[in-house]
Design a protein around this ligand. Sequence first.
Ligand code: FES
Length: 156
Amino acid sequence: MALNNALLKEFDELLTHYPDKRSALIPALHRVQEENGGWISPELMEDLAKYLDLPPVEVFGVVTFYPMFRIRPRGKHLVNICHNISCDLRGAQDVVAKVCELTGAHPGGTSPDGRFTVATVECQGACTAAPMFELDGVFHENLDDERIEKILGAVR
Ligand code: FES
């Protein structure tokens, strides 16, 4: 089984917070992804489906529906660049170009050194400070080339 015992034990407790097993799927997927370096393998989806008594296709459907779940390995750092209307009007395409230039990654891909995965995402609710990206879970707003260089330059 690809799911480790510590995680299964955690899920046993998690299930006590929900009326049925299915309701725990999304929080469980978040934990699986965290524990697996930022992505969810087919084996992990199958194991979780078995644990939650769900058809594997249902787990796959949820994982592939929500953009916060990844089905492929990613770089050490994840840059989610918002490309919705407010950010787009305030230069999101320039942000994408600058991040890709600095990291060596293509949009949707990972840099050759494996350090950065760059993705475009939908509105993150920070429209008043557009353009923005989320780097490893932290929002960075009002981006321009200088700020992007400073932020990415500080990443280890
Ligand atoms: S459009 Fe980018 S945060 Fe809302």
